[in-house]
Design a protein around this ligand. Structure first.
Ligand SMILES: Cc1cc2nc3c(=O)[nH]c(=O)nc-3n(C[C@H](O)[C@H](O)[C@H](O)COP(=O)(O)OP(=O)(O)OC[C@H]3O[C@@H](n4cnc5c(N)ncnc54)[C@H](O)[C@@H]3O)c2cc1C
Length: 533
């Protein structure tokens, strides 16, 4: 069938757009539809954390987003109106060391433009109303903007159609979890008149026992103000007014006569949340991603981020299987890996003491604790590590194999490979490790000291014969601190296209490498001329 696209992406929110860009970068024919008339006009997410920044960077759109965002350098904490301390960011090696504040609406606009530059325009006002699996494709029923019903065949479907996913419902996939009680989120954009210092990239968190207020400068929108508060009137659904927002901020910040001016967008929203995970992320040729697969309260603000990381996890696998470079088992690892991360995020929220609501005595204790802990670099490091998502790896995934315990480094199979500076040989300029990786290939790292021609030849032979591209890259750490992140000279590290370590194996156990590749990758067609580099 000539009209069968490779992938139909349903939903052009931040996750669907990320998914479509990633798939296009890997040369798949993509179609993306959305029932709405255009990008959302709502106060929703407005932070991209460092790991999602890296993922967008690998897809070629991170720099564009950074140009339109503020990089968050610090957050001042206040408890009951008194300053508790200041958190500063930027401790970890990365091309994206800071969280970026930018409205979800603007992110969607930029991603839409990027996708358009890749030759795919979002088909707005196009609603998916049904999906049917066939042996070798999926048939989706679309209602087009003119009301016409169209049958859209695609080899694969990725449903990024949000929390109320039609695709999930039509497939009868459960969405297990429960509603968050006594919690609502009141959000808006406003320009406060207060005695606090206003600087792009420097935000505030005001902790109260009944309301936590986060205020982050956002380009063109004054501050994005985000109030996680109790829910005395669960039936109240109308959008908040600026006065309601002002009262919440004024009370939490201890500024009784606070004035809040409107911004151009005037967005104000009130939302309640459930913590839910779909019972399956894959049904045959259909995948769920983003809020369609998992959704939770935005404590810590990771919904959009984890959804985008899920798209980054799935797209290269889908492309590899579609291009017959990898076996279908690779696709099952998406569910295992993304589900483990969704569960961990929901669990971590309960311990997010910088945002959760606590009863008054515990809230007072928290103030004491934060005043003591914030000046401590170990505490700041821990908080930054959690918020960055750098620590969210896949150690328990079937794709992660660690063939030796004593590898002499911190990074293990499943982890994100750190973006440390390395050299490609004696006298070479330092380069960031992530610049040596690519979303379109696997990378086999070994130390320069062992990159003798005979060894490299043996590695090339082990990797030859597969349709997927595998780069063999000798590297050397620049100093002792970066050396702690690299395996010893006696090991090789196979890095997946998404920057996570797939395999760590002793250099003298090439059978482990051969076995790993044979498990997940598909032998090259004898006629093909792709070479291991
Ligand atoms: C008030 C609020 C605050 C939030 N704050 C944060 C935060 O601070 N940080 C954070 O990371 N996350 C936050 N989130 C969560 C974040 O907004 C979501 O996680 C994110 O939007 C999920 O993206 P998505 O693309 O999966 O789904 P969505 O953004 O919901 O996009 C789904 C798209 O699918 C379309 N669609 C739906 N059904 C169909 C259909 N049948 N056919 C065609 N199209 C369809 C919709 O029109 C929509 O465009 C917040 C959410 C809310 C509501």
């Amino acid at each position: 069938m000539d009209d069968v696209v490779d992938v139909l992406v349903i939903g052009a929110g931040p996750v669907g757009l990320t998914m479509a860009i990633a798939l296009r970068r890997l040369l798949l024919r993509v179609r993306i539809v959305d029932q709405a008339a255009g990008p959302n006009h709502e106060a929703r997410a407005d932070v991209i954390f460092p790991r999602a920044g890296e993922a967008l960077g690998a897809l070629g759109v991170g720099e564009t987003i950074r140009r339109h965002a503020y990089e968050m350098r610090s957050v001042n904490f206040y408890g009951n109106g008194r300053q508790l301390g200041c958190f500063t960011a930027g401790r970890f090696d990365s091309d994206y060391p800071y969280a970026m504040t930018i409205e979800q609406h603007d992110i969607e606009l930029l991603l839409t433009e990027e996708l358009s530059g890749l030759g795919v325009d979002v088909e707005w006002r196009t609603e998916a109303i049904d999906v049917r699996q066939r042996d070798d494709h999926v048939l989706t029923t679309l209602r087009l903007s003119n009301g016409v019903i169209q049958l859209a065949p695609a080899a694969w479907v990725v449903a990024c159609d949000g929390r109320r996913s039609t695709v999930r419902t039509r497939l009868g996939i459960g969405f297990d979890g429960k509603r968050r009680t006594n919690m609502q989120v009141v959000q808006g954009n406003a320009v406060p008149a207060w005695a606090l210092r206003d600087r792009p990239g420097h935000g505030y968190i005001f902790l109260g026992s009944r309301c936590t207020v986060l205020a982050f400068p956002t380009p063109g929108q004054g501050y994005r103000i985000f109030c996680i508060r109790d829910d005395p009137e669960p039936d109240r659904t109308e959008p908040p007014t600026l006065d309601e927002l002002r009262d919440l901020v004024g009370t939490a910040a201890g500024i009784p006569h606070l004035r809040l001016g409107p911004t151009e967008s005037g967005w104000l929203s009130r939302a309640r949340f459930s913590d839910r995970i779909a019972t399956e992320f894959r049904r045959g040729r259909v995948f769920l991603a983003g809020d369609a697969a998992h959704a939770w309260a935005p404590v810590g603000g990771h919904g959009m981020n984890i959804g985008m990381l899920g798209a980054h996890n799935l797209a290269w696998k889908l492309a590899a299987v579609h291009h017959r470079q990898a076996s279908d088992t690779l696709l099952d690892s998406y569910d295992v890996e993304q589900r483990a991360i969704a569960r961990a995020v929901i669990r971590d929220m309960k311990f997010n003491i910088t945002e959760i609501l606590l009863p008054e005595p515990l809230h007072r204790l928290r103030n004491v604790f934060l005043r003591a802990a914030l000046p401590w670099s170990g505490f700041q490091r821990r908080v930054e590590w959690l918020m960055s998502d750098f620590g969210r790896g896949h150690r328990d995934s079937p794709l992660s194999r660690q063939e030796s315990r004593r590898i002499g480094c911190l990074c293990r199979a499943g982890d994100r490979i750190p973006d440390i500076f390395v050299a490609r040989g004696a006298g070479e300029q330092p380069i960031r490790l992530h610049q040596l990786l690519g979303y379109d290939r696997w990378t086999l790292l070994l130390t320069v000291a062992r990159a003798e021609p005979a060894i490299v030849r043996r590695l090339q032979q082990a990797c030859a014969g597969y349709a997927a591209a595998i780069d063999i890259v000798p590297i050397a750490a620049m100093d002792r601190s970066s050396a702690r992140h690299l395996t010893s000279v006696h090991h090789v590290t196979l890095v997946r296209p998404d920057g996570h370590v797939g395999l760590v194996a002793p250099l003298d156990r090439l059978d482990a490498l051969r076995d790993y590749l044979a498990t997940f990758l598909v032998p090259r067609d004898p006629g093909s001329d792709r070479a291991v580099r």
